[in-house]
Design a protein around this ligand. Structure first.
Ligand code: NDP
Ligand code: MG
Length: 376
């Protein structure tokens, strides 16, 4: 975790993945604060939506990574690099989805002073390599993922050696009331109906399998430098406590706020200041916590084994899941086959140490190819 204090001058901000859920929340937050100016936005394929963003923020430069197009300022594979080179933002919100986040976050840390990092795949796949690159550039990383944002805030107040364990909470996803033996028959429509959060499709499916929480355990390990034994998960259906830390003197500290991604986004932009954009949450409901059932969420148990297994296995856990989730959404895999497929791909031999972007990308590509072959 790299962080340092900053001054309070007007900041130029780029939003990568501006057409997605995190991107839209980010633009909403930025629109409310005059201390920030949105100077650049990117999308992958949604040309119409990025042009709509341009209408709301007329001075922004636009980038489209998915194909070439003359209606945006930069387009094609290198569009984000060209955008950031041109606008030189102070801060970049990394709200792109999937493995692409690693490449874009690495580019963003070359051209900016702070990454407000929502994309978790880049931490999971990039691991130590990603953080050594970020450190080289003296770029701050402030996590936006709600649980990690909560941990970041809690850990600021304690000495690391006093921390016995950290806990991420999980809502349990859309299927938490569905009996396990009905899992093979659940449809994408049932899974996409998340009880607490409004999110992109992949992360919503990943919430029901808890692949998302598995990725987050790995994310926490690299962001805060804790090994797997110190990271716990508790199911908390109300989704109001996002993280906890347990200290060696028997004290626990909880991070409690509304389930609204705009709160961690605003925190990451304003850190170390706090701004009064949102209302506090009044504790007026019962808060429940229970241990996750690994029979219901085998992907979570698998994540702990993967974290121990080494660099290549984390890349595979992410890549194979992304492909399997897509196949589930397209009706080519049953819900339970998402886990089974990822598990099988992980049984192959994968490198324990990855030292460069090219090495990480090669494993990602191979894992996707093997997963697709397995599904077809
Ligand atoms: P969405 O699917 O809603 O949005 C993804 C965004 O990334 C879109 O702007 C999309 O562009 C762009 N994008 C997709 N593929 C690429 C690519 N290959 N290269 C460049 N840009 C790309 O995702 P979310 O907003 O839900 O999630 C974004 C990230 O934040 C994920 O890593 C997720 O895990 C993380 N996150 C999300 C949370 C949430 O509440 N949604 C909470 C915590 C973390 P286009 O629209 O043109 O396809
Ligand atoms: Mg999260």
């Amino acid at each position: 975790m790299v962080k340092k204090f900053d001054d309070v001058r007007m900041k130029k901000v780029a939003v990568l993945g501006a057409t997605g859920t995190i991107g839209s929340f980010s633009l909403d937050v930025l629109k409310r604060m005059k201390e920030f100016k949105v100077v650049g936005v990117s999308a992958h394929k949604n040309l119409k939506k990025i042009l709509d963003v341009k209408k709301r923020f007329p001075s922004v430069k636009t980038a489209l990574t998915g194909f070439k197009n003359d209606d945006v300022n930069f387009s094609g594979e290198n569009a984000i690099k060209e955008l950031l080179e041109s606008i030189k933002p102070d801060y970049v919100i990394v709200g792109v989805s999937g493995f692409s986040g690693l490449k874009h976050a690495l580019t963003a840390c070359k051209y900016s002073k702070r990454l407000c990092l929502a994309n978790k795949e880049c931490v999971v796949a990039g691991g130590t390599f990603f953080f050594s690159e970020v450190k080289k550039r003296s770029c701050e990383v402030i996590p936006v993922d709600s649980e990690h944002n909560g941990l970041f805030q809690l850990l600021e107040h304690v000495k690391k050696e006093d921390v016995k364990s950290v806990t991420l909470t999980a809502s349990g996803g859309a299927l938490k009331q569905v009996p396990i033996d009905e899992f093979p028959n659940v449809t994408p429509k049932m899974v996409l109906n998340h009880p607490v959060w409004r999110m992109g499709n992949r992360i919503t499916v990943d919430s029901s399998t808890m692949f998302n929480k598995g990725l987050e355990v790995m994310e926490a390990s690299f962001l805060f430098d804790f090994n797997e034994e110190k990271i716990d998960v508790l199911v908390h259906p109300q989704g109001k406590v996002h993280a906890m830390i347990t200290l060696k003197d028997g004290t626990s500290m909880l991070h409690f706020s509304e389930s609204d991604m705009r709160i961690p986004i605003a925190y990451a932009l304003n850190y170390p200041r706090r701004v009064g954009l949102f209302n506090e949450l009044i504790p007026n409901e019962k808060l429940e916590f229970h241990k996750p059932d690994f029979r219901r969420y085998p992907a979570l148990k698998l994540a702990y084994q993967v974290l121990k297994a080494g660099d290549g296995y984390r890349v595979v856990y992410n890549a194979a899941d992304e492909v399997a989730v897509q196949a589930f959404l397209n009706g080519r895999l049953k819900f339970t086959q998402i886990y089974e497929t990822v598990y099988k791909v992980l049984q192959k031999n994968w490198p324990k140490k990855l030292n460069s972007y090219d090495e990480i990308e090669a494993v990602d590509i191979k894992a996707r190819r093997i997963t697709k072959e397995m599904i077809s």
